[in-house]
Design a protein. Sequence first.
Length: 296
Amino acid sequence: MSYRELYVSPSAVFSGYQKTFKEANYMILGVPFDVTSTYRVDARFAPTAIREASLNIETYSFRAEVDIEDLQMHDLGDLHVIGDTVETLKRVEQVVKELFDAGKVPVLIGGEHTITLGAVRAIGKNVAVLDFDAHLDTRNEYMNLKISHTTFMRRINEQVKPTKIVEVGTRAVCREELDYAKKAGINFITAHQIRKSGVEQTSKKIKNLLKDAKKIYLTVDLDVLDPAFAPAVQNPEPDGLCTHHLYDLLHEVFDERIVAFDLVEVAPHFDNGVTAIQAAKTIFEMLSHAEKAHRR
């Protein structure tokens, strides 16, 4: 029995377009986990809400000139999560590694941001991490937890030792996080810098930082957007990016080296569905750009 058969149950199908596992290139995996959440505890409901939203929005990307209907996708369903963070991350790692080794592109829908630790472990050595996020998440410990949504990037840096970590949209940090990021060589671009420099200059900077990367794991914490655009996230922070800033940056930096990606931290019950729609659209954009890059 495979790990995906052992630890994953079927759900509503993301986008409504489903190929067989063998046919598909892109594997959708929900991870309804929010055990370490410290403000809004609701991200466990996000995979279901985002799937529902994905069935009710249009599928064509003008930026990528790709239609989701034409992609070879398979929705595995939701991971069987438990209250034990270590065990849940182990299951994430096992399933994602199995998908990656099978030549698939894993696409995770969280869930809290901690799940990225398990997924990046699965990709292995010589991977860079590109993170769109309001927070650095480089604390050593928070509320007596060494592994949580506030510490996972530090654990990735220590355990996986990525070739590069680039965090984009930063605007909410503490002194400890800043000190560690500078000491560890973690690169970050603030939301203020993005607005000041513009998408073109920011994308050039991101590309330059990642120019030597062989593989890239992309993670999008939807709190990178300003709460005006995505209010229902677990840790909303003012002064964020506009939706078009995020989509334009994804359009500029997405290439064939991005081998897996996720979207996390949506707390769907804190608005009337707007944020789930934003999340589904963002995943559509990432999938479209992945397809365009692989066609090239």
